[in-house]
Design a protein around this ligand. Structure first.
Ligand code: PLP
Length: 387
């Protein structure tokens, strides 16, 4: 069987660390009680484990109070809660052209149903230009900035320190989508003045699918978009507004939460810096190997730091065809098409053709990158000979 070359870590990280799989299996076998509901030993124990995951997440993002974190099923749910739960109406929100549909669709809901005007910033090569482009868009009605920290199409990194600073100065809510950055960049909600942080567990945090989270600064009251059982305040007619119960209704995803906590243990053991350094080396090698080939287009600025995500096209081949040749001939796993980010594709002028996305993870090696880029070069040569 052909070795698998997995370059789809932006979709979900693979492989999951052994310790994550072992811990989840152990919890399912030995601690399968319902947390926060019952009073027997197993249920109490798993409740404690869940609290310790809140503590790990809090430490990881420099969140002062672990109870300001609620578990969700993914970043999409967290972003819906953030964008729809803050009662935005008759106001103005700034976002970017690099947003995922999990930001764009809830924002368009506000635009269509709540009379919210939207403005879009674009990636900029300097901090000064970024700052100016945001300041130019702020008006007296601006209530929030919602930003994708790292683009899942080009790996572009928005400087959240600068944006957070602007938000603080202008008393604007700062909502960050950390789906692609948590587990790659160091995120400090205090340093970056983040009011609401939305993250997913199954990407660079190494958890399993179906777990995510949201941090909400205590100064903000979020209105739940779901109501139901919380295991507490049972006599209240409506969902309690205290965190985390406000945003956690129904039985929690215990295996997912445990996987996320163990994923963070794994990152801490290796060191976030080491993970970042390795993934930057992989990304740089990939770009270096392909950047001088005429028929290959690499999207985004090549000379600035980016996340471990690179979108490419070979001229005159549909992205879906390239991805299927890579998969069928060489067992190389990529993603082709539109990556749930339609405005990014308009911006990159790939709205009709999409891109082939390579996204790297800690387990990828330099040899794997060289293998993939050699195969891409072979495909280019083959096409040139054919035409
Ligand atoms: C930038 C960005 N935001 C949000 C999401 C949504 O994450 P999830 O599918 O875990 O909800 C993704 C997923 O690819 C993403 O890349």
């Amino acid at each position: 069987m052909l070795k698998e070359y997995y370059f789809d870590n932006s979709a979900t990280s693979n492989p999951k660390p052994d310790i994550v799989i072992e811990k989840v299996t152990n919890v399912l076998k030995n601690l399968n009680g319902n947390p926060g509901r019952s009073a027997y030993n197993k249920a109490i124990k798993i409740n404690r484990e869940i609290f310790s995951v809140r503590e790990k997440i809090a430490k990881f993002f420099n969140i002062k109070n672990p109870l300001e974190i609620a578990f969700t099923k993914n970043a999409s749910e967290s972003l819906n809660i953030a964008i729809k739960g803050c009662n935005f109406k008759n106001c103005h929100i700034i976002t970017s052209v690099l947003e995922h549909n999990s930001v764009l669709r809830p924002l368009h809901y506000l635009e269509q149903e709540k009379n919210v005007a939207l403005s879009f910033i674009t990636p900029e090569i300097s901090d000064e230009k970024l700052e100016k482009s945001i300041l130019d868009k702020i008006n007296e009605n601006t209530k929030a900035i919602v930003i994708n920290h790292i683009s899942n199409v080009t790996g572009y990194i928005f400087n959240i320190d600068i944006i957070g600073n602007i938000c603080k100065k202008h008393n604007i809510l700062f909502i960050v989508d950390a789906s692609q950055s948590a587990g790659f960049l160091d995120i400090d909600v205090i340093k970056s003045n983040i009011d609401i942080l939305c993250f997913t567990g199954h990407k660079s945090l190494f958890g399993i699918q179906g777990i995510g989270g949201i941090y909400v600064n205590k100064s903000i009251t979020i209105h739940p978009i779901l109501e139901g059982g919380t295991g507490s305040f049972s006599k209240l007619e409506r969902q309690p507004l205290v965190m985390p119960e406000a945003l956690e209704c129904g039985t929690l995803n215990t295996p997912g939460i445990i996987s996320l906590g163990t994923g963070i243990d794994y990152i801490n053991k290796i060191g976030l810096n080491n993970i970042q350094e390795h993934e930057i080396q992989l990304t740089n090698l990939f770009i270096e190997n392909l950047k001088n080939i005429d028929d290959i287009i690499i999207y985004g600025e090549l000379d600035i730091k980016r996340g471990p995500v690179v979108s490419i096209n070979i001229k005159n081949i549909p992205s879906s065809e390239l991805a299927s040749i890579l998969s069928e001939e060489y067992n190389i796993c990529t993603r082709s098409g539109f990556h749930c980010a339609p405005l990014a594709h308009k911006f990159l002028k790939t709205y009709e053709i999409g891109t082939v996305r390579f996204s790297f993870g800690y387990k990828n090696t330099m040899e794997e990158i060289n293998f993939a880029t050699n195969k891409i070069k072979n495909i280019v040569n083959f096409i040139n000979k054919r035409s």
